[in-house]
Design a protein around this ligand. Structure first.
Ligand code: NAD
Length: 467
């Protein structure tokens, strides 16, 4: 996804900026517009806090367990606030809060122990893992709490401290999360900073930062990597995706249609590893288009706080413009909308759930990351064509194969060039798995023990057997 123009939010003399409700397009809260100059003091505090935080893994685990309890208890405050600023249905916000607490609990139990080395020499050699220092985390607006916790849970469990910057589109729930988690932590261990660019750029290149962990678009990820390189800082980048779903000839269309639909449309399609393209055997193409279009036409679109809502608005105006642009371009190039095809004529950033057919394979809605409620469905002749098309992209985040013969599905999944592949579902991640993209989708590994070690450095001691 291209970096969009900076948010044109109204600024007030007290250096605050407005947060908009995507269901109305109206501002409903203000947050501090912190300036890059403030980072020096914040990072210095994170260094100070690191001295004692790194020293005691047992105390850390206890604090992280308490933080998880505090997050779960704050769910009734966190979830509606998240929905208000992000747009997703309340049940999805509640699930996001639960996942945030679960991730804290998971990492509280992961402690890196010493590892003996044996190369046959008469020396007792051991790797002991050391924390890095203050880690900077920069996250996007689609899963503000989950992605924040994907940064701070492993980083803090490893003994680091953190300065976390949410997207200016969704700073509120993250600020609240930061204060909730901090009730269980010593001062300075986790600090949330809010502000507009160049705050993130300056954080990424701050010389006091020892690791930058970024989630967002490919162009911003490149800029972050360049900034981190200036300070020779380790950078972990979790970037965009353009995941393909490949349907096999024996797929049971009615059986998978709900799952496939929601794999593409959950969170209004604003998921890095949503299904963003579907490849279907030509014989089944009409059935699949019809099954998906029927769901797109009947799903309840509305404000996330409305209990009937199944699909919320797009999060922000530039993103809505992008979705509209890709859709209009595809239609102009000869595609047909089997459902939707336009934004909704109502206040807020609503776009009709859209199923596109007859899409030219080189249309940007196929080749780029649309990141919205629009799904192209493409026919294929031979399975090899589908695999080649799925892999014909600069992205490499996830992919899925759908069919009845699980052995064939797994053999096809093996051929997908991505970090995670699913069979008969998509985008369901385990806390214990390594999460990594290939190609432009990322650098470094998050998740599971790999995520912990991504926040540590090896320190090796060689000791002879005798004096
Ligand atoms: P974005 O790249 O525009 O912004 C991400 C974050 O970077 C925000 O906090 C933003 O304020 C900040 N930022 C902007 N310019 C910066 C700069 N020059 N230096 C440092 N920070 C800067 O992304 P977005 O639109 O907020 O999020 C959507 C993108 O995130 C999509 O591409 C999506 O695929 C990706 N994403 C990836 C994952 C993953 O795990 N791979 C997960 C969720 C989202």
């Amino acid at each position: 996804m291209a970096t969009r123009q900076p948010r044109r939010a109204p600024r007030t003399p007290g250096e605050r900026f407005a947060v908009l409700d995507p269901a109305t397009g109206e501002g409903f809260a203000q947050v501090p517009d912190q300036q890059p100059e403030e980072l020096d003091a914040v990072v210095a505090r994170a260094h100070e806090a690191w001295r004692s935080w790194r020293a005691d893994p047992v105390a850390r685990a206890t604090a992280l367990r308490a933080a998880a309890d505090a997050v779960a208890a704050a769910g009734p405050d966190l979830a509606p606030l998240l929905t208000r600023e992000q747009g997703k249905p309340l049940a999805e916000s509640q699930a996001e809060v639960a996942r945030t607490a679960a991730r804290l609990r998971y990492f509280a139990e992961l402690t890196p122990g010493p590892q003996p080395l044996d190369d046959g020499r008469p020396v007792r050699s051991e790797v002991r893992w050391r924390s890095l220092g203050p880690v900077a985390a920069i996250v996007p607006w689609n899963f503000p709490l989950q992605l924040a916790s994907a940064k701070f849970a492993p980083a803090l469990a490893a003994g680091n401290t953190m300065v976390l910057k949410p997207s200016p589109h969704t700073p509120l729930a993250t600020r609240l999360l930061g204060s909730v988690v901090s009730t269980a932590l010593p001062e300075g261990v986790l600090t949330v900073v809010t502000g507009q660019e160049p705050l993130g750029a300056r954080l990424a290149r701050h010389p006091g930062i020892r690791h930058v962990t970024f989630t967002g678009s490919v162009p911003t990820g490149r800029a972050v990597a360049v900034g981190a390189a200036a300070s020779l800082t380790r950078a972990t980048l979790e970037l965009g995706g353009n995941d393909a779903a490949v349907l096999l000839a024996d797929v049971d269309v009615e059986r998978i249609a709900d799952r496939l639909f929601w794999a593409a449309f959950r969170n209004c399609g604003q998921v890095c590893m949503a299904v963003k393209r579907v490849y279907v055997p030509a014989r089944l193409h009409g059935d699949v288009v019809e099954a998906l279009a029927q769901r797109a036409k009947t799903v309840v679109v509305g404000a996330g706080l409305d209990p009937d809502t199944q699909l919320g608005p797009v999060n922000n105006a530039p993103q809505l413009a992008r979705v509209e642009h890709y859709t209009a371009r595809a239609l102009a190039d000869g595609a047909r909308a089997a459902a939707g095809g336009h934004r909704l004529d109502r206040p807020g950033y609503f776009h009709a759930p859209t199923i596109l057919t007859d899409v030219p394979p080189d249309s940007p809605v196929v080749t780029q990351e649309q990141f919205g409620p629009v799904l192209p469905v493409l026919p294929y002749g031979h399975l090899d064509e589908a695999v080649a098309a799925a892999n014909d992209t600069g992205f490499g985040l996830g992919g899925s194969v759908w069919g009845t013969d699980l052995d064939l599905a797994e053999a096809v999944a093996e051929r997908l060039e991505c970090g995670t592949a699913w069979i008969n579902h998509h985008a369901e991640l385990s806390l214990a798995q390594p999460f990594a993209g290939t190609k432009d989708s990322g650098v470094g590994v998050a998740g599971g023990p790999w995520g912990l070690y991504g926040n540590l450095r090896p320190f090796v001691v060689h000791r002879p057997e005798g004096p």
